[in-house]
Design a protein around this ligand. Sequence first.
Ligand code: SF4
Length: 237
Amino acid sequence: MQFLFGPVKSRRLGNSLGVNLFSEKQCNLDCLYCEAGRTVRPLCVNEYYVESSSFKEELSLFLKNCSEELDYITFSGIGEPTLCENLDEFIEIIREVSQCKIGVITNGILLGNSKIIETLLKVDMVMPSLDSALKKSFQKINRPFSNIEIDKLVADIKQFGNLFKGEYFLEIMLLSGINTSANELKALKKASDYIASDKVFLNVLDRIPAYTESKKLTQVEKKNVKKIFSLKNEILL
Ligand code: SF4
């Protein structure tokens, strides 16, 4: 299959069929914890297009032979889906051939871009990430290739959430010794309360990361997370 993977039993999304638009890792960030490896060359907006003509057949065939209930068809994989210029074509194809809810997992960097906003408003679930609300640790964890103002990123995530009528989930990756001090956690809590998404997923490292500086939380750090986050609509995975 060129585009589809799974279905994956996701801790956050149930039974999710993945759609990957990239043949190699392509992103505008180079996160310490990325499961797809390091970003060799940064990708910018409107720089990547992938022919969608075979996707309809691939998806239709998959769905015809699939006996499982799917909770979502989700754009994720080994790159940032919002960097795909014709993401909207893929969304339209899914709508044509399936009743399943469509999700997009994104690093959120382009949530202030009007074309991306228009595209993402067509799906049922959007899950941006925010791994730090402070400049220094944001740079350290997400390693952006361009200058990204953390306050603007938080504001863009918030504003998209105000427009979006579907399920809006925020995802935070917690890395031992990097974004787990009381100061870091309080800043993240403040930002996530401001964004007010439907759920917040507090992730811990689960797979092999791109950089060895990424480490799992200690038990003490987990306790500190539980003290600062209410864990009502915030779920520590
Ligand atoms: S945004 Fe996602 S795909 Fe890009 S480097 Fe970070 S974890 Fe990897």
